[in-house]
Ligand binder design. Structure first.
Ligand code: UDX
Length: 437
């Protein structure tokens, strides 16, 4: 099939690559000149494992084409995906202006039936709003052209986005006509995943509810970790014991210094804003957000208590991205931690294999190193912020010789605590028994 994808950000590019790989011809539209130039040269504007190689192959094969305007491709496609950004507004609501602009353009330019699919994460009810915008544009042109509005949310995890797009665990399609259902069935016919057909509103809600539930699991275990810390229980064992119950499941129960990224914080804010606007507060989700806001600070208070004071101390911050296998630092806990250390007059040396350049723009005065080992030299304490492989696999025996004091605070519970303790380290994790219980 011929498909247009409007917006070559993370979701749009990944979606385009996946559809092109399944044999569809994908016309990608990106109005940022710089990004467009890069993509045309097969350069991915972000880091995602395996994606650039596939992008190159698909461009060379002719299935993936890039354009600046919808006008250039609209008559050649039956399906248009809207994958533009929906950033948070100051009040937490999602900013729909890019989605609305894409819809206006489609309404202005379409000359025959189109299936218009929203993949961007949008508040519940946006489908109706966008439908009206397109209808109004057609009316202005005195055109009676039929179209379907469809919601097809994405569930891509950064670092595993390609796998998630090529082999999704489920495909959710919100559509309300037989024609739309047929178009979407044809589009996904090569992908062997369970498909859930719903109304547009249900599909929009499924996306928010899924992210909200995953974030709830994380904040639940993080809050429990604070109590485990106090009573000397081990949250890793608690999560393991809980997770064997298939009704609970083992995933997203890893205690740490909080969730970050481009999705969870933004989507939770948007759902809370919607709930508040509808005068139906979501109390559990509010608590999830509050726990996450304070988790990194709770961790830093632990560090401060163990070291006495942070002032004048040399602190190695290992890991800056919100999780491993990405260069994304949006809402990363590292930013809260660096800010806290600066306010408390510590000297920071920081290492990350992918995120350094982005953090440097926010904190230019931090000392950034090329290797994790370099960051340890002369440090009074090491903070593990992101569980990158090269950080987890540091030779801690050797490291002890270069550290000023053997303090390790493991914000991701990713190190072998007993091995470190045997080497003479003062080790503290999140909700794991430590020296100070
Ligand atoms: C998430 C969803 O998983 C994905 O389905 C959705 O479409 C977009 O948002 P992503 O943001 O890439 O994906 O990251 P994810 O792997 O879900 O992790 C989010 C954050 O939660 C990270 O900061 C991670 O460190 C943290 N996390 C995750 C925990 O602290 N504990 C866990 O057990 C799992």
């Amino acid at each position: 099939m011929n498909i247009a994808v409007i917006g070559a950000g993370y979701v749009g590019t990944t979606t385009s690559v996946a559809f092109a790989n399944y044999g569809h011809k994908v016309y990608v539209i990106e109005n940022d000149q710089e990004k467009l130039k890069k993509l045309k040269k097969s350069i991915l504007p972000f880091y995602e494992e395996g994606m650039e190689e596939l992008l190159k192959k698909l461009i060379a094969g002719g299935n993936l084409l890039f354009f600046q305007n919808i006008e250039e491709v609209i008559d050649q496609v039956e399906i248009l995906f809207i994958t533009v950004g929906t950033p948070s507004l100051p009040n937490g609501e999602a900013d729909l202006s890019y989605v609305e602009e894409a819809a206006r353009q489609i309404g202005k330019l379409m000359n025959e039936y189109k299936a218009i699919v929203i993949k961007s994460t949008v508040p519940i009810g946006t489908g109706d709003k966008i439908h009206k915008i397109i209808k109004a544009e057609l009316k202005k042109r005195n055109k009676e052209i039929s179209f379907d509005l469809i919601s097809n949310p994405e569930f891509l995890r950064e670092g595993k986005a390609l796998q998630d797009a090529l082999y999704p665990e489920r495909i959710v399609i919100g559509c309300e006509t037989e024609k739309a259902e047929k178009v979407m069935k044809d589009l996904y016919k090569e992908i062997n995943s369970p498909v859930v057909f719903t109304t547009i509103k249900d599909a929009e809600m499924i996306k928010y509810a899924s992210n909200a539930f995953l974030a709830t699991k994380i904040s639940f275990i993080n809050e429990l970790a604070r109590l485990c810390d106090k009573i000397g229980a081990n949250v890793i064992q608690v999560a393991k014991g809980m997770g064997l119950d298939s009704r609970i499941g083992p995933h997203f129960l890893q205690a740490g210094i909080g969730y970050g990224g481009s999705c969870f914080p933004k989507d939770i804010k948007a759902l809370l804003a919607l709930a508040s606007a509808k005068k139906t507060p979501l109390q559990i989700l509010q608590a999830v957000s509050d726990v996450n806001q304070t988790q990194a600070l709770w961790f830093m208070e632990k560090v401060e208590k163990a070291l006495g004071s942070l002032s004048g101390k040399r602190i190695a911050v290992l890991g800056l991205t919100f999780k491993p296998q990405t260069d994304d630092i949006r809402e990363a806990s590292s930013l809260k931690i660096i800010q806290y250390l600066i306010e408390n007059h510590s000297y920071i040396s920081a290492y990350d294999p992918q995120g350094t350049e982005h953090v440097k723009k926010i904190y230019p005065n931090v000392h950034y190193t090329q290797t994790p080992f370099e960051a340890l030299k002369g440090a009074d304490a090491v903070l593990i912020v992101t569980e990158w492989k090269e950080i987890v696999e540091i030779d801690w025996k050797k490291a002890k010789n270069v550290l000023s004091q053997p303090y390790v605070f493991d914000g991701r519970n990713c190190l072998n605590s007993s091995a470190l303790k045997k080497l003479g380290y003062h080790y503290e994790g999140v909700g794991t028994p430590s020296f100070d219980v």
